[in-house]
Design a protein around this ligand. Structure first.
Ligand code: HEM
Length: 506
């Protein structure tokens, strides 16, 4: 599909008017301006939280108009479940994701469904997320976590509060870069974020800003920002080219993602990824592989600090399951069932990738109510799906990890918890993220008591992804000795052994 040079948006990019014959039946905000659309009272830096507000007012399906384009949002669980039908719907590369095309091209995340490089890269890279591969990453994950605790011990000794989102970003960037690409960004040895992170945040923020101005005027209104964005992209490209060149010089790594990208031929066709596609995949994995996990860990730490009774229960589980083993083994991570529930519940309230878009493969009727023409699309608003009172009850805003005990999960309808997306284009790194985050939460709970700042009020910052803004915690080293390990029977609700890519269950 052709794209405009200035914005990277597909040519003819437009909203929903064409595809929804009965658009008039879908409610929109009342105070609509003729040209600009539904812009009154909106916070351009927080489009997701704005949409949540509209969703609360307008119901499970609604539309927003921005500069001549109309977009359909939905979050009602029945509608989302119908959109998950892969025979009638597929991923839509639109809004924020289309804006990332200049950064990530036809890499896995941003590829259009029809682009041959998606299937090729998916088939070549999926084994990099098998159980066997994940076991291989575990030791490196422990190594990076030790850098984090070393840093936190020093902050604690100096009497300083820790910068949670900043440090989680260092942790997750180092984890994906070392496990996937054998590269060390030296994040914990720096006072300021690595320039790669600064450039990445720049490109994500720019992609989000592009949605807040009329497409034809973007080159004019965002001229300065577009120049900085081009420089950020060039920096990301140069960084990645350096990583690839170093690997080629070294003659190969230990079979990690980069080795797969460079050396593995498709098992059936024998095709390989081109050099340009490898560049885009490396950027994709470095960005997709750390930003969302960092947010998930940060929200989980926020809730653990705010709910000492939950933290105590989680900590007791870690002590029971891990005992005094200095370094938990791979299988011991999936046994932290309650810690995993804390993570799931945090991702329910603040899914750090807050939405995904789906388009109709053919003319169809959504949930028997809303006709859609082929190509018509809608955006699933995850933080609202995850608060749908029909599924989660009237207290859906309340943090309660027990919503994810095995019985409660079984009792819920499918497709009601979708932080990792859906179908063939669901998150390839789901198991990686869950293993990393559960491991790190376990290690932190075992080592520290978390003390929140009583004056802190949760503010969520947006740059396509979600992150708690300005969250700092004070730490205390735990004094109680860990009890001896006990074996916890496996009830099958842990993550080990599931299909690494599409075994999501819900
Ligand atoms: C808590 C952490 C994470 C969350 C919440 C998350 C969420 C998502 C979501 C919602 C999608 C689907 C997007 C869509 O349909 O448009 C997705 C796709 C993807 N994610 Fe993740 N992700 C996480 C971690 C990771 C990690 C650790 C990696 C890599 C190591 C990764 C790599 C990818 C890739 C490559 C895709 C595109 C898959 C495809 O289209 O074939 N993600 N992720």
């Amino acid at each position: 599909m052709a794209e405009t040079r200035q914005t990277g948006l597909p040519k003819g990019f437009r909203g929903a008017e064409q595809g929804w014959p009965e658009l008039h039946r879908i409610p929109h905000p009342p105070r609509r301006l003729p040209l600009a659309g539904d812009v009154l009272g909106v916070d351009r830096r927080r489009p997701v939280q704005d949409s949540m507000r509209f969703g609360r007012e307008l119901g499970p399906i609604f539309r927003r108009r921005a500069f001549g384009n109309e977009f359909v949002f939905l979050w009602g669980s029945r509608l989302v479940a119908d959109l998950a039908d892969e025979s009638r719907f597929a991923k839509h590369v639109g809004l924020g994701i289309a804006n990332l095309r200049p950064v990530a091209g036809d890499g896995l995340f941003t590829a259009y469904n029809h682009e041959p490089n998606w299937q090729l890269a998916h088939d070549v890279l999926a084994p990099g997320f098998s159980r066997e591969a994940m076991e291989g990453y575990h030791g490196m994950m422990l190594g990076v976590a030790a850098r984090l605790t070393g840093h936190w011990d020093r902050e604690l000794a100096a009497g300083r509060a820790v910068d949670v989102p900043g440090d989680m970003t260092k942790l997750t960037l180092e984890t994906i870069s070392r496990t996937g690409f054998g590269h060390d960004f030296g994040s914990f040895e720096r006072d300021r974020p690595h320039p790669f992170v600064t450039a990445m945040v720049g490109t994500l923020t720019y992609a989000q800003r592009l949605n807040s101005v009329p497409v034809p005027l973007a080159p004019l209104l965002l001229r300065g920002a577009a120049r900085r964005n081009a420089a950020d992209i060039a920096f990301l490209d140069r960084t990645v080219d350096g990583v690839v060149a170093a690997r080629r010089r070294s003659g190969g790594g230990d079979g990690d993602l980069l080795d797969r990208m460079l050396d593995t031929a498709h098992p059936e066709t024998g095709e390989r990824l081109s050099a340009e596609n490898v560049r885009k995949q490396v950027i994709t994995f470095l960005v997709a592989g750390h930003e969302t996990t960092s947010g998930a860990l940060s929200f989980a730490l926020y809730y653990l600090a705010r709910h000492p009774e939950v933290a105590a229960k989680a900590r007791a589980e870690v002590d029971r399951v891990w005992g005094d083993t200095a370094e938990p083994g791979y299988d011991q991570v999936a046994r932290l069932r309650y810690v995993r529930r804390v993570l799931d519940e945090s991702l329910r309230l603040w899914p750090t990738a807050p939405g995904y878009a789906r388009e109709a493969r053919e003319d169809t009727v959504l949930a028997g109510e809303h006709p859609m023409r082929r190509g018509a699309w809608a955006l699933v608003l995850l933080p609202m799906l995850h608060r749908d009172p029909e599924v989660w009850g009237e207290d859906a805003e309340r943090f309660d990890p027990d919503r994810f005990d095995a019985g409660a999960v079984r009792a819920r309808p499918p497709h009601t918890f979708k932080p990792f997306g859906t179908g063939a284009r669901a998150c390839i790194g789901r198991q990686f993220a869950l293993h990393e985050a559960t491991l790190v939460l376990g290690l932190l709970l075992r080592r520290y008591e978390l003390r929140p700042d009583p004056d802190y009020r949760l503010r969520v910052t947006e740059r396509l992804t979600l992150m708690p803004e300005g969250l700092r915690l004070r730490l205390e080293r735990r004094t109680a000795p860990a009890p001896a390990p006990v074996t916890v029977p496996d009830d099958g609700s842990g993550s080990a052994g599931r299909c690494p890519v599409h075994g999501a269950g819900e």
